[in-house]
Design a protein around this ligand. Sequence first.
Ligand SMILES: Nc1ncnc2c1ncn2[C@@H]1O[C@H](COP(=O)(O)OP(=O)(O)OP(=O)(O)O)[C@@H](O)[C@H]1O
Length: 326
Amino acid sequence: MGIIEVQDVAKSYGGRRVVDGVTFTVEEGEIFGVLGPNGAGKTTTVECVEGLRVPDAGRVRVAGLDPVADHDRVTRLLGAQLQESELQPKLTVREALELYAAFHARPADPLALAERLGLEEKLGTRFAQLSGGQKQRLFIALALIGNPRVVVLDELTTGLDPRARRDTWQLIEEVRASGVTVLLVTHFMEEAQRLCDRVAVIDRGRLAALDTPGGLISRAAASTVIAFTPSRPLEDGELSTLPDAGPVRVTAGRVELTGSDETVNAVVSLLARHGITARHLRVTDGTLDDAFLDLTRADATGSTGSTSSTSDTDRTSHTSRTEARG
Ligand SMILES: Nc1ncnc2c1ncn2[C@@H]1O[C@H](COP(=O)(O)OP(=O)(O)OP(=O)(O)O)[C@@H](O)[C@H]1O
């Protein structure tokens, strides 16, 4: 039995189904990611786990308990990240920690927690005066103050600069190392790739995939990108017939195609047979971005929402990938 079980959960708003039969199990001690485009149903699903929303159908259990019927017991073992608007701007870090500690029967020591999260010098600082990264540290501290077995973090690093984001990732790893299971909703592929043991990709209310980040990447259509500048042009169509080769794109003499390890070997043999040398040959692994876009693009009408849910870097990757596939 997993610590979190979500089985065939469905939820509609005003007759529109936004979560449609989602099933996954989170094992104790995992960092489990929930990934998907804007409006995919991630927060709704996670709020069903927290007992903040009641599913129309399906079953949710946290450590064997129903988050709605056993709300108080679930609240004791599940720590949720607050939204910024839920904290008074004038509250100091110490006051916030002590206030939230008072809600729990067996809270962590607020000062020890502040120290662990690098907030010991900010104890007297008001919430409104904290930087974005410090606020996120405080939210993690408040989610941990009740000594939970599971912590739910929803878009924790959105709006943080790269350094603050990396610091927060380290904290999340430390939280997991202390034995807490982490359910992490994120838009950042890099974050999921770096932190998560497994990832559920939710798209238009349905579970599009559930795997390790590496598993998602390797089963995405294009797990390898091959780029090179041939010493002379190749015949039209020669590359696209190679094993596993995706569409071939040629820009200013530079060739780019997607494929597998087998494609790389076939390209090298083909070039050798023709006595063509490849300048600036680059073979790069696909990323979780590529896998995500593959998984959430299929049969989409119009926008998949994926570009709007990703960072500028992600967007660039999406554009080049789309062009590369013609
Ligand atoms: N209380 C509500 N009433 C009506 N519609 C809602 C409500 N909450 C969410 N929705 C709609 O349900 C859909 C799923 O929303 P949800 O917040 O679960 O998605 P999400 O995947 O977390 O999105 P994002 O990444 O943008 O936060 C969206 O179309 C949203 O507009």
